[in-house]
Design a binder for this molecule. Structure first.
Ligand SMILES: Nc1ncnc2c1ncn2[C@@H]1O[C@H](COP(=O)(O)OP(=O)(O)O)[C@@H](O)[C@H]1O
Ligand code: SF4
Ligand SMILES: [Mg+2]
Length: 356
């Protein structure tokens, strides 16, 4: 599979009053054409930082990209200015679905105004700047294009199963339910026909029953269109449900990368194996991982998981482990060898509502 996105050795710091937060420490991952990749990890492990780095929206001036590359369709996005990324890439070739749909919808404008505005500037035929002599607000938007765009918007609202699309266009965001708002945001991500969608915990803020519906909808629509997705989640069940490949992050590093089935059958990193074992079993028994996630201001030397790892040996405490493996990669000196069923827990994680 050809890589659409390839992140290599990405290091991102935040400068804070308490010190330098080493939020991403040499992260690498790739996403193939049409592939749905799940970026899984506990809160604070760096998922949103990676999402923001790819989208070119890391907070300034607190953040610093220390090193690394973000190759998208063969171009290093870190070589482009933020203005260029904004005009040519973001919301156009790489779309974003945030956790909270209010984050990307303007409360003061109707859904119709916001979707039309998106199409004026980000549709595949839109210019990437207003053109000489035209201030943005007065830029030309030919009537014929506007009519075609309106039809594309209505068709897309049908695809994301919004009832009575024409009426919804005249509503303000707060007049819709949370699930409907997230459907609108998904529609707005898909409308510019992006190659990649970054979905940062897109269902976390929703009720469990709605979560399952939105996940299924997103999965169906991206697969139908061949769009690649980077899907961040703290929930292994969600990753199991919709991802082709899983990337597990721990404390600012990717520690395991594997195809979905191989990952859930036989996780190889001790942290990942513990994480899967920590899911509640049918008998309700859950096994916590002892210890705490380390501070990213003063992370442990060697392997960042070593203070919590029962397999840790001397090199684990002093020297960073290399990443080993082909299709199933793991950053560890002593990868787990048994399949998960023998470890303790067997079977797929229970997920969401309706057993789906
Ligand atoms: N704007 C910021 N300023 C300082 N530290 C930040 C900022 N954003 C995130 N961090 C820190 O970076 C680390 C990774 O955070 P984040 O990428 O949000 O993780 P996740 O999305 O996995 O919860 C955390 O330690 C967090 O506190
Ligand atoms: S490198 Fe060592 S400490 Fe880290 S997960 Fe592997 S065995 Fe455990
Ligand atoms: Mg986050």
């Amino acid at each position: 599979m050809t890589d659409l996105l390839s992140v290599r050795d990405l290091e991102v710091n935040y400068h804070t009053e308490r010190g330098v937060v080493r939020a991403l420490d040499g992260v690498s991952l790739a996403i193939g054409q049409g592939e749905v990749v799940g970026l899984v990890g506990e809160s604070g492990c760096g998922k949103s930082t990676l999402a923001r780095a790819i989208l070119g929206v890391l907070p300034a001036p607190a953040s610093e990209v220390v090193t690394g590359t973000i190759l998208f369709a063969g171009q290093n996005l870190l070589d482009l200015s933020s203005v260029e990324v904004g005009r040519r890439i973001r919301s156009r070739r790489i779309a974003f679905i945030p956790q909270d749909p209010f984050g990307s919808l303007n409360p003061l404008f109707t859904i119709g105004q916001q979707m039309t505005d998106l199409m004026q500037w980000k549709s595949p035929v839109a210019p990437d700047k207003p053109g000489r002599g035209w201030p943005t607000l007065l830029a030309p938007y030919p009537a014929q294009r506007k009519a075609q765009d309106r039809q594309a918007i209505l068709d897309m609202l049908e695809s994301v199963q919004i009832p009575e699309p024409a009426q919804v266009l005249s509503k303000l965001p707060h007049e819709l339910s949370g699930g409907q708002r997230q459907r609108i945001v998904i529609a707005m991500a898909l409308l510019p026909q992006p190659e990649l969608i970054i979905a940062d915990e897109p269902t976390t803020a929703l009720d469990v029953t709605i979560q399952a519906q939105i996940l299924r909808l997103l999965h169906r629509e991206v697969k139908r269109r061949g769009v690649s997705v980077l899907f961040t989640t703290h929930d292994l069940g969600t990753a199991w449900e919709i991802c082709d490949r899983v990337v597990v992050m721990y404390a600012g590093q990717e520690v395991e990368v594997a195809p979905n089935e191989a990952f859930f059958a036989a996780p190889r990193h001790p942290y990942t194996a513990k994480l899967l074992q920590s899911l509640p079993r049918a008998d309700g028994v859950a096994q916590d991982i002892p210890g705490e996630i380390p501070s990213l201001i003063a992370p442990p030397a060697g392997c960042r998981f070593n203070p919590r790892c029962e397999h840790a040996s001397a090199p684990c405490r002093t020297t960073r482990p290399p990443t080993v493996g082909g299709d199933h990669k793991v950053r560890c000196y002593h990868p787990v060898a048994q399949p998960l069923a023998q470890l303790r827990w067997g079977g797929a994680p229970s997920y969401g509502a309706e057993g789906s």
